[in-house]
Design a binder for this molecule. Structure first.
Ligand code: NAD
Length: 338
């Protein structure tokens, strides 16, 4: 069975390709290499022993997307990761984000609704909840005004998919709202490859420890949390990748209850920034150079998932813990700098 993975050479996409191949799917990757390297294909192949098909294609080019689906008319499911994801850049260049994240989604859906039956998995984010009123965050928590154009593309993306499912009976879809994906494959063959200064905590930690950055700034220790630093739900990327396979199979096996469904993907455990640093120091044996600075505008205080729906309805549960994620991220950082 042939599955299309867009953005399949990126961080979460590459780990998902591995898990899809591990259970026997044929994978075709589309990626425009705007935030990935073709070398990731070698990492995937080293793990699975099978090189996935790859097409360098920009999903903003509608004719090329149409042509791709003509040539691959046997695709039965699509997992759509391709998007621009830098929050700060989206504030500076909103049109780039609306164009890239939304036109690519629309062009894909236009092809899928032409098919007899189509299963579609969308990368959404816990940013849709903003600062939720209650913890842990359930899927029923209200969607708050987006803090950035990037966050808005996830909210609008969900609405586009929901509307399209209502109008086209053949389409069924699941939006997966990720909390904070971290870590790398245990083989250290694939992992996160941030371009420039990392936006996320874990690659910033590992780059500081390896000597690429002088110091990590912890943005604020005066939040109303036990140690004063912000709390997030860090989910191992391999657990996250496995959830995509399970969500896809739910659609392919017609186990879904509605034609458009939403699930949170997190561990259900909140960790503070200082706890993440402690976990890193514990598993790596390194002392991290960090300092406490002022709060960063736009940061929510706390966000962690209620996992009941994902556990009971989807049948997926995170298995790896923060220490395992930090160790895998550290092994990956050491490998790419060696
Ligand atoms: N990493 C996170 O913290 C996080 C959290 C929540 C949601 N998400 C979402 O998950 C998805 C994957 O995230 P990631 O961390 O793996 O990002 P990533 O940047 O590593 O992967 C995205 C991939 O899409 C490709 N791409 C971008 N625009 C494209 C286009 N127009 N045509 C073809 N390819 C294109 C990039 O080259 C890249 O390889 C994204 O949609 C992101 O918004 C990520």
């Amino acid at each position: 069975m042939k599955i299309l993975v867009t953005g399949g050479l990126g961080f979460i996409g590459s780990h998902t390709v591995v898990e899809l191949q591990n259970v026997g799917y044929d994978v075709v990757i589309i990626d425009d290499l705007s935030n990935a390297s073709e070398k990731v294909l070698d990492g995937i192949t080293a793990i699975t022993g099978k090189k996935p098909l790859f097409e360098k294609l920009n999903l903003r080019e509608r004719n090329k997307v149409e042509d791709f689906f003509h040539r691959h008319n046997d695709i039965e499911g699509v997992i759509h990761f391709a998007a621009s994801k830098a929050v700060g850049e989206s504030v500076e260049n909103p049109l780039l984000y609306y164009e890239n994240n939304l036109s690519s989604l629309v062009y894909l859906l236009k092809e899928l609704v032409k098919k007899k039956g189509a299963s579609f998995i969308f990368s959404s984010s816990c940013t849709v909840y903003g600062q939720a009123d209650a913890m842990p965050i359930t899927e029923n928590a209200p969607v708050k005004n987006a803090e950035s154009p990037y966050g808005n593309t996830k909210q609008i993306g969900e609405e586009i998919i929901s509307d399209t499912c209502k109008a086209h009976e053949e389409l069924q879809a699941i939006a997966l709202r990720y909390f904070n994906p971290v870590g790398a494959h245990e083989s250290a063959e694939i992992g996160e490859l941030p371009i420039g200064i990392p936006q996320n905590l874990v690659p910033f930690i590992t780059q500081t420890a390896i000597g690429l950055r002088d110091q990590l700034s912890v943005f604020g220790d005066d939040y109303p949390t036990p140690d004063g630093t912000c709390i997030r739900d860090y989910i191992h990327v391999v657990d996250l990748a496995k959830a995509h396979v399970i969500a896809l199979q739910r659609l392919l096996n017609k186990k879904n209850k509605q034609r458009y469904e939403v699930f949170n993907l997190g561990t259900g455990r909140g960790s503070s920034v200082l706890e993440v640093i402690k976990s890193f120091e514990h598993v790596s044996g390194e002392k991290l150079n960090y300092k406490i600075t002022g709060r960063r505008p736009g940061d929510v205080i706390s966000a962690y998932a209620d996992t009941v729906k994902a556990n009971e309805e989807l049948g997926w549960k995170a298995e790896l813990d923060l220490d395992e994620a930090m160790l895998s991220a550290w092994k990956w950082e050491q490998k790419i700098r060696s």
